[in-house]
Design a protein around this ligand. Structure first.
Ligand SMILES: [Fe+2]
Length: 256
């Protein structure tokens, strides 16, 4: 996701890109970015209610993102990587000006589609949303740091694809649905632009990782993407369900 951790350290002696390239290809072909929900979303084929449900469920991720980053920071063994992560976290929290926290951009988006952030925060998380957020936090705090790295790699590499599916759908709805005409899309376009700055770092992410860590990296990457696929498919299933099933799909209210 925008702002996710990527270490910048590059080894003098570069190792072949084979593993990194393979892992990147695994990410780009994964159901986390190739699924019926995102396909539909990218074309703006959502009802107003489905779009609001997406906005609420994604809000939980937005709200928890600093905590998820902080878990990774607590689990990061080297200073250089931790420093970079601290910078990302600081930026996420407004660089010393809490009114500039990125979450507030999301509040503007919510209000512009008729949702009060305070009310939205009290909605129930879908079970799949809960699994994604808590699973991601748990992977970031994994006792094997390479697993946490793999999860970061997976999210970093899927991020551009995700924004490029979400933004066209959002813009389409803004253009075609009268009640979304005033939609504030800055949260989305701002993060897409941030992502550009990560591209170079993304390609170097695993250059200094030893070969014996590959299985752990693969594990973290694969697990986080499965959870993310679950997040999207949870929204798809909730859309397809009748009201009773939708209710059954909600997790118990959890403390946030
Ligand atoms: Fe952000």
């Amino acid at each position: 996701m925008a702002g996710f951790f990527v270490p910048r350290k590059i080894r003098e002696m570069e190792k072949p890109m084979t593993f990194t390239t393979q892992l990147r290809s695994f990410v780009l072909n994964h159901g986390a970015v190739n699924n019926p929900y995102l396909d539909r979303f990218s074309e703006g084929r959502l009802t107003d209610e489905e779009f609001r449900q997406f906005a609420v469920q994604f809000f939980f991720f937005v709200k928890h993102f600093p905590r998820i980053l902080a878990v990774l920071l607590a689990n990061t063994p080297n200073d250089e990587a931790a420093d970079e992560l601290a910078m990302i976290l600081t930026s996420e929290l407004g660089d010393g000006n809490p009114k500039k926290r990125h979450e507030y951009l999301y509040h503007k988006f919510l209000r512009s589609i008729g949702l009060d952030p305070v009310v939205a925060a009290r909605e129930q998380r879908l079970h799949s949303t809960h699994e994604y957020i808590e699973g991601l936090a748990s992977l970031n705090g994994h006792e094997n740091y390479q697993v946490a790295m793999g999860a970061s790699f997976g999210l970093e590499h899927m991020a551009i694809s995700m924004w490029d599916l979400l933004i066209p759908g959002i813009m389409n709805l803004k253009k075609t649905v009268p009640e979304f005409k005033q939609m504030n899309t800055v949260y989305w376009t701002f993060h897409r632009a941030l992502e550009e700055q990560h591209e170079e770092a993304m390609m170097r992410a695993l250059d200094d990782v030893p070969a014996e860590a590959e299985a752990s990296l693969q594990k973290g990457c694969s697990e986080v993407l499965d959870l993310l696929e679950g997040f999207w498919m949870g929204l798809e299933e909730a859309s397809n369900s009748n009201p009773l099933n939708v209710e059954a799909g909600f997790a118990e209210l959890t403390t946030v």
